[in-house]
Design a protein around this ligand. Structure first.
Ligand SMILES: [Fe+2]
Ligand SMILES: [Fe+2]
Length: 298
């Protein structure tokens, strides 16, 4: 994906080296890596060898992500974006905007961002799930507009993980956490770190990215099950590997069943046939307007 080279507000926080910018040719490279990692039918042994599936750009991407996602960084980004002060836009305007992340590498085989959203939603619809579930599929990656706001790739995509407490070795490339400044802060490196046992994920801070942002934007319009799907869909260490249960409360546990239910549609809908956008668009227009007002805060 081409990204607009706008001024990155991050430069004021910390100045990453020039070569630290944008290792991925397109954001989807990360999504594709995750899908390969969890390819259906993969043996446990094959899965453990995930590094073999990671090309150098994906590896470099994780190196940056694990190095720069500190508690301090997450708090700054939440303060910057979670108040939703960037103006009112419709879901459709943002979907069109996200689509301007134009793919220039392989226009014939790669689907656009809107197509990925529609494929995910259509797969959910075909399985007869409720309308809010289908809608969650349709909006789940709209938070990637962060990239168009000028955020670096490592602050938009990537497996998410709690910051301010010990890192789980169930997070991919755990060795890269050694370069994170928080690794040198003993108070952040105990099992619970700055949190209380079973404090609930809502009281924990996960690495910042498109999940948290779209959760915030859509929170008041969607049922809680959908909110969990959006907020934690990249939290693979938890929903795939059962890590960080010591931070979850009695409410998170059952809600994570919904995150698990959602995940296969995100991972495996990509290979399917391209959606006939013209044909299905009226359905989605009606669905979006059932839950959302014309314009919402971003
Ligand atoms: Fe996503
Ligand atoms: Fe996705």
């Amino acid at each position: 994906m081409k990204q607009t080279q706008e001024h990155s507000p991050l430069k004021e926080v910390q100045a990453p080296l020039e070569e630290d910018q944008a290792p991925l040719k397109e954001l989807d490279e990360w999504d594709d890596f995750v899908a390969t990692r969890y390819r259906q039918g993969k043996s446990e042994e094959e899965f453990r060898n995930y590094k073999a599936d990671a090309n150098p750009t994906v590896t470099e991407f994780y190196r940056q992500n694990h190095k720069y996602q500190t508690l301090d960084f997450v708090l700054k980004k939440k303060a910057e974006y979670c108040g939703l002060k960037r103006g009112k836009k419709s879901i459709w305007e943002m979907a069109e905007y996200l689509n301007t992340l134009v793919d220039d590498s392989d226009p014939d085989t790669d689907v656009t961002q809107i197509e990925h959203l529609l494929q995910t939603a259509e797969a959910i619809r075909k399985d007869g799930h409720p309308r809010w579930f289908i809608l969650a599929g349709f909006v789940h990656d709209l938070g990637k507009v962060l990239c168009l706001y000028g955020e670096p790739q490592w602050a938009v995509v990537g497996d998410t993980f709690p910051v301010g407490c010990a890192y789980s070795d169930q997070v991919v490339f755990p060795e890269f956490f050694a370069a994170n400044p928080d690794s040198g802060k003993p108070e952040y490196q105990t099992q619970y770190g700055v949190y209380e046992p079973h404090c609930g994920l809502d009281n924990a801070h996960l690495s910042f990215g498109h999940d948290e942002y779209i959760f915030r934007v859509t929170q008041k319009y969607l049922p809680e099950e959908a909110q969990y799907m959006l907020r934690y869909h990249s939290f693979y260490a938890a929903h795939k590997h059962g890590a960080y249960r010591h931070l979850m409360n009695d409410h998170d546990e059952p809600m994570f069943e919904w995150v698990r239910k959602f995940n296969p549609y995100d991972l495996y809908s990509k290979g399917r046939e391209r959606p006939n956008v013209k044909e299905i668009l009226p359905y989605y227009q009606e669905l979006v307007s059932e839950f959302f007002p014309d314009k919402i805060d971003w």
